[in-house]
Design a binder for this molecule. Sequence first.
Ligand SMILES: Nc1ncnc2c1ncn2[C@@H]1O[C@H](COP(=O)(O)OP(=O)(O)OP(=O)(O)O)[C@@H](O)[C@H]1O
Length: 230
Amino acid sequence: METEIIMSLILETKNINKYFGKAKPFHVLKDISLGIKQGEFASIMGKSGSGKSTLLYILSTMDTDYTGELFLQNELVTGKSQQELSHIRNKKIGFIFQFHYLLPEFSVLENVMLPAKKLGLKTPAEIREEAMDLLKKLNIGHLDSQKASKISGGEKQRVAVARALINEPILLIGDEPTGNLDSNNSENLFQILKTLKDDKGLSLLMVTHDEDLAKRTDRTIYLEDGRIIE
Ligand SMILES: Nc1ncnc2c1ncn2[C@@H]1O[C@H](COP(=O)(O)OP(=O)(O)OP(=O)(O)O)[C@@H](O)[C@H]1O
């Protein structure tokens, strides 16, 4: 029984601790142990300064300066080289941020294709076709050749979702993905994320300040002063 539960974890942390500063260290994350199952949509909430972004950086393998262990699909990623981590990140994790970080002078299609080109597992023609498919599924197929700087905020976030999905990740991590959107676009994006979970069995982990959205996820992880509180 226990094996079954362990097998289904997409992401797991064991006793993660993090300090900022050397002379007078500030203990920012305290014994964080959590697991995200396949097909689970989890949200992270907590006051400003509680450690949410710091935790996301570690979970997304971008910050390696911590103690404890991080597993992705039961594989220990803590201690791997930056090159290995970059490959794992590109292949397994999709990111959506509050600010989309699209390349403004590139077209919508080019922005979506970029992570797949970087990963280098498919031909440009295959990548183009898959990027186009994603844009169409997100109802922005008609914007493919528009410059990213020339589309609306809600459209930019949908492009960011397509970009996050192009390498078929197992986990989507969002740092306040709806934070910069009006309520209509926020709801729209939330529905898109929920569909990805329901239809594709994708695991999602999203930091949000929106209590109503958090309530509609499968589980909310509350952080207080760097600690998970139930
Ligand atoms: N590079 C750093 N050096 C020192 N302290 C830092 C650094 N980055 C963050 N902190 C501190 O760590 C704590 C947690 O910061 P973090 O950004 O993770 O909080 P947060 O919960 O994401 O906040 P917010 O909701 O405002 O984004 C804060 O007290 C912050 O001031």
